[in-house]
Ligand binder design. Structure first.
Ligand SMILES: CCCCCCCCCCCCCCCC(=O)SCCNC(=O)CCNC(=O)[C@H](O)C(C)(C)COP(=O)(O)OP(=O)(O)OC[C@H]1O[C@@H](n2cnc3c(N)ncnc32)[C@H](O)[C@@H]1OP(=O)(O)O
Length: 160
C-alpha cells in the first residue's frame, strides 16, 4: 500500500449516508470511525467500538467488528467510484478488542478478477494486530438497485 502523505477526505468517506447502521449519525450504534486516504489506493484510519457494541461485557462483539470490516472494505471501493455489493466476508479475530480501545485500520485491494475484488482490512491495537478481514466484493450494474425499487438515494452514493 502507498504511504505517500495523507489526504484527509474523511468527510467523503464517512458517513456515506446519515442512516447507515455503522457510520451514520442517525444510527444509535454509530461507530467512531475516521478514515483517510494515504495515496492512490487503500485507506487508513481510526476506529473505536464502545459499550453499545459489546458482546462479552467489556469486549467488542464479533458481529459488530465484522460490520466495521465491511464498512471499511466498502469505503475502499466507493472512493474509487466502484458500484458493488459484498458477496462474502471473512473475519479472523487474533485477539480481543476491548470496548473503548482505539484501533488503527488499514485496508487495500488485494486482488481484482473480473467483477470480483478482494479487499483486506487490518485492525490493530496498541499491542498489535487484532483482526484481519477479507471482503469479496462484486461489481454490479445500476439495475442491481433499481430493480429492487431503489433510486438515486442509493445509486448516487457510489462514486463519491
Ligand atoms: C448496498 C451497498 C450500499 C453502498 C452505499 C455506498 C457507500 C458504501 C460505503 C461502504 C459501506 C457499506 C458496505 C456494505 C456493503 C454491503 O453490505 S452490500 C449488502 C450485502 N450484500 C448483498 O446484498 C449481496 C447479495 N448478493 C447478490 O446480490 C448476488 O449474489 C451478487 C453478489 C451480486 C452476485 O450475483 P450476480 O451478479 O448474479 O453474479 P454471479 O455471476 O453469481 O457472481 C459473480 C462472480 O462472483 C462470484 N461469487 C458470487 N458470490 C460469491 C460468494 N458468496 N462467494 C464467492 N464467490 C462468489 C461468482 O462465483 C462469480 O465468479 P466468476 O464466475 O465471475 O469467477
Amino acid at each position: 500500500m502507498s504511504t505517500s502523505p495523507e489526504t484527509t477526505i474523511a468527510g467523503a468517506l464517512t458517513p456515506h449516508h446519515d442512516r447507515c447502521f455503522v457510520c451514520g449519525p442517525c444510527s444509535p450504534a454509530q461507530v467512531e470511525l475516521d478514515l483517510r486516504c494515504p495515496g492512490e489506493e487503500g485507506i487508513v484510519g481510526d476506529v473505536v467500538l464502545d459499550a453499545r457494541h459489546q458482546g462479552v461485557p467489556g469486549i467488542a462483539h464479533g458481529g459488530a467488528i465484522a460490520a466495521v470490516v465491511d464498512e471499511i472494505a466498502g469505503s475502499v471501493l466507493t472512493r474509487l467510484g466502484v458500484r458493488f455489493v459484498t458477496a462474502s466476508l471473512t473475519t479472523t479475530y487474533h485477539a480481543p478488542v476491548m470496548t473503548g480501545e482505539r484501533l488503527t485500520c488499514s485496508a487495500w485491494i488485494e486482488s481484482t478478477v473480473g467483477r470480483k475484488r478482494t479487499v483486506v482490512v487490518e485492525l490493530a491495537g496498541a499491542a498489535g494486530r487484532v483482526v484481519t478481514g477479507r471482503a469479496l466484493c462484486v461489481d454490479v450494474p445500476e439495475e442491481h438497485f433499481t430493480r429492487l425499487g431503489l433510486g438515486s438515494e442509493v445509486t448516487d452514493l457510489f462514486g463519491r
